[in-house]
Design a protein around this ligand. Sequence first.
Ligand code: ZN
Length: 210
Amino acid sequence: MPSSENDEIYLRQALAEANDAEANGEVPVGAIVVHGDKIIGRGQNRVLRDSDPTAHAEIVALREAGLALKNYRLEDCTLYVTLEPCAMCAGAILHARIARLVYAAPDPKAGACGSVLSVMNHPQLNHKVEVTPNLLAEECSTLLTTFFRKRRQEKSQARILQNDAATEKTPEKAPRETLIASKKKKATKKVTKPATKKTPAKKKSLASHL
Ligand code: ZN
C-alpha cells in the first residue's frame, strides 16, 4: 500500500485521466490503482465511447489492476479517484477488497461514501476500507463544474440557433399565407415563380454530378 505522503502525486495521475476523458467528450472523472509504489490500473470515464453504463473510471481502473495482478482481489491496493464513488463503484471497490480509497471531490448527487448513500464502510458489511476524502477537492470539483457549465452553454447556444432558424422560416410563410387569404393572385405568382425557376436548375446540377 502506498504511503499517504504520495497521495497527491497519485491523485494527480487520476486527474490527468479525468482531463483526458474530457478531451474525449466524457464527463471528466479519472482513477488509478496503486500497488506498492506501482500504478497497476488506470481508468477514465468512458461510458459514451463504449456505450457502457458501467464504464466509470473506477471500474475501468479496477479491471486493469485485476488483470495486472491476475487476481480479482486487490488487497493492499489503493484506489485514487477524482470524484466520490457512486454505489456501483463503491460496491466494486468492496468486492475487490481495496485497502484504501483516496478521493477528491464529494458528489452530492450520487456519492456512496456518505454524501447520498453510505455503501462504503456500511456497518453491516465485513470489509472495511480506509477512506481519505477531499484531497485536491477544489481542483477536481472545479474541473467538473466548468465542464457542466460549458455543456449547458453549448446546449442553450444550440437551442438559440435552432430558434433562429425557425424564426427565419416563418416570415417567408406568413406573407404567402396572407396573400393567399386576400386572394391577390398576382402577388402569389411572384413568390412562386422564382421557386419554379430554381427547381430545374437544381435538377440539372444534380444530374451533372451523377
Ligand atoms: Zn461509479
